[in-house]
Design a protein around this ligand. Structure first.
Ligand SMILES: O=P(O)(O)O[C@@H]1C[C@H](O)[C@@H](CO)O1
Ligand SMILES: Nc1nc2[nH]cnc2c(=O)[nH]1
Length: 317
């Protein structure tokens, strides 16, 4: 197991601080941009923006996924010009990184002063009432890797960040979820296009089988994705407030699929029963669809995040 010590986090933070102008040596807000959602940094004041490629930051690993640019950007967000650090592209376990490597940037952001984190992701919808393109404010998560031995906090606890046994039952606080809905409605997102629900994390990179999708829906998940949870757990451990926003980029195939035996029996006249199950053979999740939907909805999501940052700056939450 890769061991990352308190000194490693501090070294990365000190490296960044030494290269940043004074206005970004301490930041208030962190934003993690999921698949295809990095366009948010194009909306900030370009004249004060400072960028670092992940590959140039000590302790950071490389980002290898299409749609994840792989850079850390510092800039002023919204009307209140909140000093913000953006991860444009994140790390996933399926890239071969450990949970500690994936979450290192969150601890570095904690060292740089963030009090609040917005985590965004692309995900697959598990419920028939969800439409592709819907936004979902996360109100709870189901960590499949975390429940079976791959929690982001496994290893020696670093007391400096937080306690050995942090509670995450209220990781996505009610007050911040309310603020997010307010932001969404104020920028004109229809109540029909945004909901609240449970994000399940799997490691990927293969998408779900049909029965895995049915299983996840049965055990309480509304959507499924391959990220977010490790970052949220590490952020909450460090006392950072979290808002999670998912964009449903595709439907996860849940149908049972056609019954081959029954079909052959019917063709041979051995039965006259017809399989009524919808044939979903041609429907499958793919990363191109994920990026396509992200591109379609990224503008709404960006406007919502900017408004949320302003509402947050204007409140004492
Ligand atoms: O980083 P996120 O969670 O937005 O990316 C999702 C999960 C996979 O990386 C990818 C699958 O298409 O999208
Ligand atoms: N696991 C998983 N992750 C996703 N990310 C975007 N879409 C999906 C999906 O359908 N399944």
């Amino acid at each position: 197991m890769t061991v990352i010590t308190e000194e490693t986090y501090k070294y990365s933070a000190e490296f960044l601080i030494s290269k940043l102008p004074q206005e970004f040596q301490q930041v208030d807000l962190g934003v993690i941009c999921g698949s295809g959602l990095g366009g948010l940094v194009d909306t900030i004041d370009q004249s004060t923006k400072v960028e670092f490629l992940y590959k140039d930051i000590p302790g950071f690993v490389a980002s290898t996924v299409v749609g994840h640019a792989g850079k850390l950007v510092f800039g002023h967000l919204g009307e209140f010009r909140t000093p913000t650090v953006f991860m444009v592209g994140r790390f996933h376990c399926y890239e071969g990184h450990t949970m500690l490597q994936c979450t290192l940037p969150v601890r570095v952001m904690a060292l740089m002063g963030i009090k609040s984190l917005i985590v965004t992701n692309a995900c697959g919808g598990l419920k028939s009432e969800h439409k592709v393109g819907d936004l979902m404010i996360i109100n709870d998560h189901l960590s499949l890797p975390g429940m079976v031995g791959n929690n982001a906090l496994i290893g020696a606890n670093i007391e400096f960040f937080g306690p050995r046994f942090p509670a995450v039952s209220d990781a996505y606080t009610y007050a911040l979820r309310k603020l997010a809905f307010k932001a969404a409605f104020e920028v004109g997102i229809s109540p029909n296009d945004i909901r609240e629900g449970v994000y399940a994390m799997v490691t990927g990179p293969s998408f779900e089988t049909r029965v895995e999708a049915r299983y996840l829906a049965t055990i309480g998940a509304d959507v499924v994705g391959m990220s977010t949870v490790p970052e949220v757990v590490v952020a909450r451990h460090a006392g950072i407030k979290v808002l999670g926003i998912s964009l449903i980029t595709n439907d996860v195939v849940r149908a049972r699929g056609k019954d081959a035996k029954l079909e052959v029996m019917r063709e041979l006249g051995l039965t006259d029963k017809i399989d009524t199950e919808e044939d979903t053979e041609k429907t499958f999740a793919n990363h191109a669809e994920v990026l396509e939907t992200s591109a379609m909805r990224s503008n709404d999501m960006q406007r919502m995040v900017i408004r949320y940052a302003d509402l947050l700056a204007a409140t004492l939450i």
